[in-house]
Design a protein around this ligand. Structure first.
Ligand code: ADE
Length: 231
């Protein structure tokens, strides 16, 4: 999978992708991430990429021409399955969306900034408008990082233990159960006995109970969707 991110602050994203599992995934050759500086496609020598809004009002609007140039240059090289635009008025991102996107080959993510992009960009180029939550960030870069991370960690070869993505919170619509490691006792605080029992069926049963309990307490909406399946 290849992700191309278009941003006017590439430094914000460069270091993010040079760390941890995403670095390994790129080293293994299973994923590719490219960060493009929108200013390189600016309309003049001053690097201009935004302008005042027609009709007035506070805040600048990202211009159509630099974004068109950048997206058109990328599309001339390869086919893209999705052009994602990060914006607080987009569809709410979820594990289900990450799963769906992880099946794509090539994705462009366009980071919004200021008052957003000229609407014609959204109309002509963008296939998916995504929000990562009901709050407003100062730019779409953190959203692009969140979306990329959630998608790329699902690609086989990115994580050490490929099966572990399947047991994440949300993968089965439930929150993940608690986990413990050595020592089995610390300052008198004990690890639940069942996890030390070596009885795998009992361990699995305990984990499912804990998942259901956590989901019921913390995310009642998710829980009510689940009860028909597990009972
Ligand atoms: N840009 C600013 N806020 C955002 C959000 N909540 N999600 C995605 N992009 C954004």
């Amino acid at each position: 999978m290849r992700i191309d991110i278009i941003t006017c602050v590439p430094d914000l994203l460069q270091s993010f992708f040079q760390h941890s599992i995403l670095k390994r995934g790129q080293a293994n050759g299973v994923i590719e991430v490219y960060v493009h500086n929108l200013r390189e496609f600016a309309v003049n020598q001053h690097g201009q990429i935004d302008d005042y809004a027609f009709g007035g009002g506070a805040g600048m609007v990202m211009m159509i021409e630099p974004i068109d140039r950048c997206i058109t240059a990328l599309k001339a090289e390869r086919h893209y399955d999705a052009v994602v635009y990060t914006t607080p008025d987009g569809e709410l991102f979820s594990q289900e969306t990450a799963n769906r996107f992880s099946l794509f080959g090539n994705i462009i993510i366009l980071c919004g900034h200021y008052k957003g992009v000229d609407q014609r960009i959204r109309d002509q180029f963008v296939t998916h408008e995504i929000s990562i939550g009901d709050y407003v960030l100062s730019g779409g870069e953190l959203a692009a990082a969140v979306i990329s991370d959630a998608i790329l960690r699902l690609i086989p070869g990115v994580m050490n233990d490929e099966t572990s993505a399947l047991t994440d919170s949300f993968q089965d619509g439930l929150l993940a159960p608690p986990v413990y490691t050595r020592p089995a006792e610390y300052k008198g605080w004990q690890v639940p006995e069942v996890l030390l029992s070596g009885h795998q069926a009992k361990v699995d049963e305990w984990r499912m109970e804990q998942s259901l309990l956590r989901t019921k307490e913390r995310r009642p909406n998710l829980y009510s969707n689940q009860t028909e399946i597990h009972f």
